[in-house]
Ligand binder design. Structure first.
Ligand SMILES: C[S@@+](CC[C@H](N)C(=O)[O-])C[C@H]1O[C@@H](n2cnc3c(N)ncnc32)[C@H](O)[C@@H]1O
Length: 289
């Protein structure tokens, strides 16, 4: 499956993280700034109509995932992270400095991985046990298959966390479910393993038509099948358990409003009331207790 059309969206996110003090300057660029500026009219319309912006969703998901990573490192002894579809995520750069014993593997399509590797090399950004590898989640075998990376690049003796952020809604449920099944199966190699992802479920009226228009535009721009897979937390939990994960927890941004600096939705013109957050962070346990 050719999903290279999605890669440019990482520029936008990388710039949002930088603007909000969550990343370093070398992960943004004039092109990213331009894309960010070009999106502002749509963002303002979304703010007024829906009470939610892409900017806020990106901050919500990133803060919550960071928070859960810290928790799993401190309380469950995670000492190895594979961040798939890393884009311009600053996590490898930041976490391998914060936790020098951590093995951090970033993975993305080969052209994106090469770009990220070059940026890290150029700016002295690699941590002590930190690398960037080419990986296509739909591929198998050497050198870019998910199975190859998980079996040959990762250390099988370490409690491991696998992350995908900003990836899964670009694929049909039938396609991304295959990836989830393989992650759940390959993750059993490790003494303990977890998988964290963000996703946007299907929304109720009156938001649905506007969100559908937004996903349609994104699908055109990325040449991907932008899909909202599940209707609510119960379906998310069931869908991921069906792929082989042993425990699934769905987090909503509102749960973190007292402990994390995350923006929350405002009043939406379309409904005349405060909107609910639309992104979810899903944490799946792979090993059984
Ligand atoms: C929306 S960006 C998300 C990047 C980063 N995680 C973030 O939150 O900004 C999607 C990323 O997925 C990568 N990607 C697209 N198709 C992929 C595939 N089949 N396997 C691995 N990565 C893929 C793209 O290159 C891009 O970096």
């Amino acid at each position: 499956m050719d999903s290279t059309g999605i890669s440019f969206t990482a520029l936008f996110t990388g710039h949002v993280w930088y603007e909000n003090g969550m990343s370093t300057r070398f992960f943004t660029s004039p092109r990213a700034r331009l894309l960010y500026k070009a999106a502002q009219p749509v963002e303002r319309a979304s703010q007024r109509l829906l009470g939610v912006t892409i900017h806020d969703i990106l901050l919500q998901r990133h803060h919550i995932i960071d928070h859960r990573i810290d928790w799993l490192i401190k309380h469950e002894g995670v000492s190895q992270i594979l961040e798939i579809a890393c884009g311009y995520s600053p996590r490898g750069y930041k976490l391998s400095r914060k936790y020098p014993g951590l093995k951090y593997v970033e993975a993305d399509l080969p052209h994106m991985a090469a770009r990220k590797r070059a940026l890290l090399q150029q700016h002295g950004g690699f941590g002590p046990d930190h690398q960037v590898v080419g990986c296509d989640v739909f591929d198998t075998g050497k050198p870019h298959g998910l199975d190859y990376v998980m079996n040959n690049v990762l250390d099988p003796s370490r409690p491991t966390l696998i992350i995908t952020e900003g990836l899964v809604n670009y694929f049909r449920l039938s396609d991304i479910s295959q990836v989830w099944r393989r992650l759940a199966q390959l993750g059993r190699t490790f003494p303990k393993a977890w998988y964290i992802t963000d996703l946007v479920p299907k929304l109720k009226q009156p938001w649905a038509p506007l969100i559908n228009a937004g996903t349609g535009m994104l699908a055109l721009a990325t040449r991907a099948h932008v899909n909202l897979h599940f209707r609510g937390s119960a379906q998310i939990e069931q869908g991921l358990r069906d792929c082989g994960f042993s425990k699934v927890v769905v987090f909503k941004p509102e749960q973190f409003q007292d402990i994390l600096p995350i923006p929350l939705p405002r009043t939406a013109a379309v409904a005349g009331k405060r909107a609910n957050s639309i992104v979810r962070v899903v944490e799946c346990q792979i090993h059984s207790d």
